[in-house]
Ligand binder design. Structure first.
Ligand SMILES: Nc1ncnc2c1ncn2[C@@H]1O[C@H](COP(=O)(O)OP(=O)(O)O)[C@@H](O)[C@H]1O
Ligand SMILES: [Mg+2]
Length: 258
């Protein structure tokens, strides 16, 4: 499927469904309404950015989507399973099997090779042998362009390379959804474009991606954008004119790294 023709495909499987999700926090005697009733459905193959100013509820929402937290009320179905009714350990298993996380700070084990970092999510899966684990990690690293750096340690790599390792680690379990939290937040412009090219490649390959950011430029490369304000969805729009990150990268001035 080309990037421009995917607007809304109702034949695709629903991967994420939120129904009136609320999340309150008690702070002293006050209740903070971080999410005030969020509802949306995300289908397989969508590349969704979630945007909003600081304090709008992005991280709280991402913690819900990533099964790190549960709603105060409302329902969340991940790949058809109700997360609200699960125990903490059930949620941990679901998270490990269904979700690939990519963070701003990469969250790699320091002084550990790329292959070992990428193998990590498979360690908890008794169905995957040592050999298969290694093969899948190598395959994932090749897919993100790091076939030449399999045994480099994380502290010997640039930010862009570390983020590629993190993306490979997110892919290795073949998750239902990839959750990215400001994944280009620590990278310079050129490296951000390189990582965006990679996200668009994953999108074209049919991956489901949710990318939380405060940077409005990122939304131009995704297929849909959801905006939050004060814990509510204030807009939810499909992108009819998805920009091509590879073209953006090619158009950057040769010495630009700001
Ligand atoms: N663990 C928490 N305890 C208390 N208040 C919280 C907690 N997490 C978030 N909040 C509050 O919820 C609101 C939304 O926060 P957050 O989801 O972090 O927004 P964003 O990621 O968009 O900056 C803010 O008012 C924040 O102070
Ligand atoms: Mg946040």
């Amino acid at each position: 499927m080309s990037m421009t023709e995917q607007i809304k495909d109702n034949d695709k499987k629903v991967v994420i469904e939120l129904q009136n999700v609320k999340r309150d926090f008690m702070v002293g005697d006050e209740i903070v309404h971080a999410l005030r009733g969020v509802s949306f459905t995300i289908r397989e193959g969508e590349f969704v950015t979630i945007m909003g100013k600081s304090g709008s509820g992005k991280s709280t929402l991402l913690n819900q989507l990533g099964c790190l937290d549960t709603p105060s009320s409302g329902e969340y179905y991940l790949d058809g399973v109700s997360v609200r009714k699960m125990s903490k350990s059930q949620r941990a298993t679901l998270r490990n099997r269904k979700i690939g996380f990519i963070f701003q700070n990469y969250n790699l084990l320091p002084k550990t090779t790329s292959v070992e970092n990428v193998e990590l999510p498979l360690m908890y899966n008794p169905d995957v042998s040592v050999r298969e684990r290694h093969e899948r990690a190598v395959e994932a690293l090749k897919a993100v362009g790091l076939g030449e750096r399999l045994y480099h340690k994380s502290n010997q790599m640039s930010g862009g390379q570390m983020q590629r390792v993190a993306i490979a680690r997110a892919l290795v379990n073949n998750p239902a959804v990839i959750l990215a939290d400001e994944a280009t937040g620590n990278l310079d412009t050129r490296t951000s474009f390189e990582i965006l090219v990679l996200f668009q490649k994953l999108h074209v390959e049919g991956r489901t991606i949710i990318f939380v950011t405060h940077n409005p430029d990122i939304a131009r490369y995704a297929s849909r954008n959801i905006q939050l304000r004060d814990g509510r969805v204030i807009s939810d729009e499909y992108n009819r004119d998805i920009m091509n990150a590879a073209e953006g990268l090619a158009a950057l001035p040769a010495n630009s790294d700001e």
